[in-house]
Write a protein that binds this ligand. Structure first.
Ligand code: TXA
Ligand code: MG
Length: 347
């Protein structure tokens, strides 16, 4: 039922992309690649189409969807107002991994926003996505194309695993470059923004454009109700329990050796999700190397594939190596903490 199509060239594959746009306007579901993760698209102005996304993902319907647009001009199809701060952010970061919360237009159904009076909008930096969105001609609701609670897919094969038979078409645009979802920000009235979900656009990057960057306190403390409703759900969970360790190569290696010995002593099989430098010191079976120790971009792009690796090659415990919180590290560790159920050891 699901048609998987590899897109090699926007021009050559125009007929397929046009068909994908038609499916959206007819109320169907099309999975499309973005620079962050794959998204599952439906007509964001059609309540029934939005509802079918929740069914396909098995997602709670109070968790609002991000609407995806091909360019800045299309924002007013869904947003009621563009504030000066929002305009600055769009000018600097779009197309790119930044989602901005706007007051919504009445035409955006409750089924898309979970009944909120705001709408989350983003313009992805991916040629296939933008061509597809242009053909669709409507804002496309586009949450990550995973089953609810599973890691977000960054390859078409991972999409197919979760979504085969649940969507009409999958556009395969190759592996996603960034690998973690977009940063979500809310604009305040005083030239500041609040980060509701850390992502590909970092605090430092935002700081260059706005007066001050706040962080939703529930993200930092783990307490209270997060402003992005989706952040409260269990997420990115691999099948096995996981522990993550952060520090220098030698400190991480020592700590993992201790944890490994204890687990083996209990008769457990252990998987490793670590840097090349740390991986050297452990048995090579059940090992997923995400890249070299200081390469946060590599860790971001490999994290979800690494978590999924241990679903197809099951172990009793995953020992992972994380990174510090600066730059892209904030987004990475936000996901890793959830995958590890909070079990992160800072050395
Ligand atoms: O990178 C991304 O943003 C990916 C790609 C596919 O575009 N999409 C994505 O969508 O991560 P999703 O649905 O998996 O996550 C959307 C997040 C949820 O945490 C949701 O609660 C929050 O955005 N959200 C959506 N609308 C909101 C709103 N009006 N106010 C606050 N949070 C909102
Ligand atoms: Mg998601």
């Amino acid at each position: 039922r699901t048609n998987l199509v590899h897109i090699t060239d926007i021009e050559k594959d125009a007929a397929v992309l046009r068909e994908a746009g038609r499916i959206i306007r007819c109320g169907g579901l099309v999975v499309f690649p973005t620079e962050t993760v794959y998204g599952i698209g439906a007509n964001g102005l059609d309540a029934d189409a939005c509802r079918s996304i929740y069914t396909a993902k098995g997602r709670p319907s109070d968790n609002p969807l991000i609407l995806t647009v091909p360019d800045k001009q299309s924002v007013l199809q869904a947003a009621a107002v563009i504030t000066a701060t929002a305009q600055k952010l769009m000018d600097r970061f779009w197309p790119g991994p930044l989602t901005i919360i706007f007051p919504r237009q009445k035409t955006v159904p409750d089924a898309a926003t979970g009944g909120l009076d705001t709408v989350a909008l983003r313009c992805p930096d991916h040629a296939v996505a933008r061509a597809f969105l242009q053909y669709a001609g409507v804002p496309v609701a586009g949450p990550s194309a995973n089953l609810s609670t599973r890691p977000s897919p960054t390859t078409a094969a991972e999409v197919l695993h979760d979504m085969d038979g649940r969507v009409d078409m999958i556009l395969d645009g190759g592996p996603c470059h960034i690998g973690v979802e977009s940063t979500i920000v809310e604009c305040n009235n005083d030239d500041t923004v609040t980060i509701l979900r850390p992502g590909g656009v970092t605090v430092d990057m935002l700081q260059e454009v706005v007066g001050h960057v706040r962080i939703d306190t529930s993200l930092v403390t783990g307490k209270g109700v997060p402003k992005a409703p989706g952040m409260k759900y269990r997420h990115y969970a691999p099948a096995a329990p996981m522990m993550a360790v952060v520090g220098t190569v030698s400190a991480v290696t020592d700590k993992l050796q201790e944890l490994y010995a204890a687990a083996v002593g209990e008769g457990k099989t252990v998987g490793f999700l670590v840097s090349r430098e740390v991986g050297l010191h452990f048995p090579q079976e059940n090992m997923y190397i995400w890249g070299s120790h200081n390469d946060k971009a590599a860790l971001a792009s490999q994290l979800y594939t690494g978590l999924l690796f241990f679903d197809s090659d099951p172990v009793d415990l995953i020992l992972a190596e994380g990174t510090d919180d600066s730059g892209l590290g904030m987004a990475i560790m936000n996901r890793m903490k959830k995958a590890a159920g909070g079990q992160v050891i800072l050395l």
